[in-house]
Structure formats: C-alpha cells, structure tokens
Design a binder for this molecule. Structure first.
Ligand code: NAD
Ligand code: TYD
Length: 349
C-alpha cells in the first residue's frame, strides 16, 4: 500500500509518520510537506533513512504539482494533516488559512478522485480535522459527531470548510473518506506558539507567562501519541463516509494547567515551590476566544475500540522532560523568525 501523509514534518504529523513507518514496514509511506515555519525535518530523524519512507517537499496549494504527484505515485491512501494550525496567526493573517486549509484540501481531493475514479476499492482519504469546527461550549455538554458546525475563528472556519468539501466529494463522487475531529493535543515536538510548549519555554527562561483573559477557558487535552494511534485505527477500520470525534476526556482550565506546569518545572529546575507561578501574567484576551472545548468520544470507543491510555499527570511530566532534554530542538526553532512572531503577538497585549 502506498500512503501519502501530508504535513508529516509538523507536530502531529511527525508522530503519525513515525508510527506508520515503523508499524507497517510493507507499506510505502510518503510525507509531503511544504516546511513552513511549523514543519521541521529534525522531528523525523529516527526514521529518515527507513527504506519504506520518502520525503517530498511541496505545497498542497500548487494544483498542477499535486495532480502530477498523484498521477506519478498512484497513492492508495491519503492521511491529510497539512494545515495552517494556529488560531492567533489566523486572526492576524487569515489568507494563508484559506489557501492551505481550503484550497489545498480541495486540490488533494481532486487529485485523488482523478486517480481513483475507475476503482475506488481499497482506497481511503482520511481528513484530519479539529473539534474547533463545532464552536464554543458553555459549562455543560460535549461535542460529538452530530453537533452542528459553528466555527468562529478564521482557523476553525477554514477547517470547517475543508470538512464540508471532503463530505461533498464523498456524497457527489463516491470518494471513500473518513474525517476525524480531535481535541487539543500535547506532547513532544509541538511548535512553541501553542500553550504548553510556550509556557514550558518561558518558565525555563524566566519570562512572563501570558495567560489570555482570566485564564478560565477550558480545553480537553489529548496526548499526541494517542491521537496518532487513533488516526491509524480510523484510517484502517473507519466506516466509509463517517466522522469520528477524538478526545482525551481530560478538561483543564488554562490557568490550572499553567499552575500544574509551573509546579512540575519548579521540581525539575530545583526552584522553590511557587517560584515559577510568580511569572504568570494576565494579558489581553484573544479576539473571539472560544470558552470551552470538550469531546464525547463514545463512538470511536464503541465502534473502533480506541480510547486514550495514559494518565495525564505522568504524560505531562514526560512532555516537560522531553522539552528540557531537547534544548537544541527548542533553540533552533525559537531563533530567527519566532522572535519576530513572539514580539508581534505578545508585546501589544
Ligand atoms: P502544525 O502546524 O504543527 O504542522 C502543520 C504541518 O503542515 C507543517 O509541517 C507545515 O509545514 C505543513 N504545511 C502547512 N502548509 C502546507 C502546505 N501549503 N503544503 C504542504 N504542507 C504544509 O500542525 P499540527 O498541530 O501538527 O496539526 C496537524 C493537523 O491536525 C492540522 O490539520 C490541524 O488542523 C489538526 N489538529 C491539530 C490539533 C492540535 O492540537 N495541534 C488538534 C486537532 C486537529
Ligand atoms: P492554543 O495552544 O493556541 O490552542 P487552541 O487555541 O487551538 O485551543 O491555546 C490553548 C488555550 O490557551 C486557549 O484557550 C488560548 C490559551 N493561551 C493562552 O492563554 N496564552 C497563550 O500564550 C497561548 C498561546 C494560548
């Protein structure tokens, strides 16, 4: 089987590529990535020389290139993760989100249909999406596969649009598809624009910890390797045309999570208990900040047998350990462009 994984040099993608390359030595795994600021081949060193792995640098917005690649390689399956993924960047610059997340997805669908249209059997287009398409919850309730879409940020609305186009290809042309909508991921190799690695890096360097608004927004955190395992299960056993919600059943208020990280870091850095928490700084809230995300993952558990495995506290500590042990990884990506991004996002808050 020839499987194309898009966005495999990013945070979640690198875990998916590593899982697929190791678990399926008889597959040929292709990783297509543009290597934007968020893509980093250093994330893949442990499998870069594997005989069943090929990296292709390319842009999913480039329709002619995508068509040619599909014609040439005749992939049997696609796991589509490439995206612009950060809400704050979508607020300051929505265009790249519309281009990559909507146009890019449409290009992949068109190219897949072209090579599969005469024989759809054994083919799979797996679109990896987010729970943010469902909007924002109040104190009660959960998102599930039947929740109506209500995206609010340029990021989530671009992902919602791409989900719709994927479904349209299924209903109109019979393209075999599955869609997954997952909650917030954490773990190794996450770009430090996102909450957890940003806080770990700032605590380490004694920099202010920018908590948006009152810190009361809630996210449902899932370990990235559990997500990769879920994607493997859905790609192989998900029912054609179906959606699966994936979550950690693990809700945290932002401020409580930041305190938990401070406490772990105090221990790791031999600081007095409470020392790192003094860095917490409340800053101007994110525009249109969704209050709460939480997933009901009953369907994937009951139908496909997937559930999150590990206790959060232990995995969060393991995540902190990874960032502390991989100082050069963090230094490499926080030099240069990242500084300019950080200043533009945080100095005005
Ligand atoms: P990421 O930003 O870390 O990585 C995205 C990858 O896509 C990068 O390697 C980047 O170079 C690549 N890319 C971007 N634009 C491209 C283009 N035009 N052509 C080819 N490659 C391009 O993102 P992530 O956090 O790993 O998220 C991966 C997917 O999972 C996204 O589709 C995202 O919407 C979804 N998702 C993420 C989370 C989360 O918590 N991070 C949760 C649910 C769903
Ligand atoms: P983030 O990691 O950007 O994920 P998402 O917005 O996709 O859920 O943010 C997680 C939560 O943390 C979100 O409620 C915004 C908040 N946040 C901060 O309070 N400070 C920060 O510096 C960042 C990046 C996020």
């Amino acid at each position: 089987m020839k499987v194309l994984i898009t966005g495999g040099a990013g945070f979640i993608g690198c875990h998916v590529v590593k899982l697929m390359v190791k678990k399926y030595p008889h597959y040929q795994i292709f990783n297509l990535d543009k290597l934007t600021y968020a893509g980093n081949l250093e994330n893949l060193t442990e499998i870069e020389n594997a005989s069943n792995y090929t990296f292709i640098k390319g842009d999913i917005i480039d329709k002619a290139f995508i068509r040619e690649l599909f014609q040439q390689e005749k992939f049997d399956g696609v796991m589509h993760l490439a995206a612009e993924s950060h809400v704050d960047r979508s607020i300051s610059g929505p265009d790249a989100f519309i281009e990559t997340n909507i146009i890019g997805t449409s290009n992949l669908l068109g190219a897949a249909l072209e090579i599969w249209k005469d024989n759809m059997s054994g083919k799979q287009f797996h679109h990896v999406s987010t729970d943010e398409v469902f909007g924002s919850l109040g104190a009660e309730g959960y998102f599930s596969e039947t929740t109506a879409y209500d995206p609010r940020s340029p990021y989530s609305s671009s992902k919602a649009s791409s989900d719709m186009i994927v479904r349209a290809y299924h209903h109109t042309y019979g393209l075999p598809i599955v869609i997954t909508n997952c909650s917030n991921n954490y773990g190794s190799h996450q770009f430090p624009e996102k909450l957890i690695p940003l806080m770990i890096n700032n605590i380490k360097h004694n920099k202010p910890l920018p908590v948006y608004g009152k810190g009361e927004n809630i996210r449902d955190w899932l370990w990235v390797e559990d997500h990769a395992r879920a994607l493997d299960v859905v790609f192989h056993t998900g029912k054609n045309g179906e959606t699966y919600c994936i979550g950690g059943n693990n809700e945290w208020k932002n401020i409580d999570l930041v305190h938990a990280l401070c406490s772990i870091m105090d221990r790791k850095l031999n600081r007095a208990e409470g020392e790192s928490a003094k860095l917490i700084t409340y800053v101007k809230d994110r525009a249109g900040h969704d209050m709460r995300y939480a997933i009901d993952a009953t369907k994937i558990k009951n139908e496909l047998g997937w559930e999150p495995t590990q206790p959060f506290e232990k995995l969060l500590e393991g995540t902190v350990d990874w960032y502390l042990a991989n100082e050069s990884w963090m230094n490499n990506i926080t030099s240069g462009q990242y500084q300019a991004y950080y200043e533009s996002q945080y100095e005005k808050r």
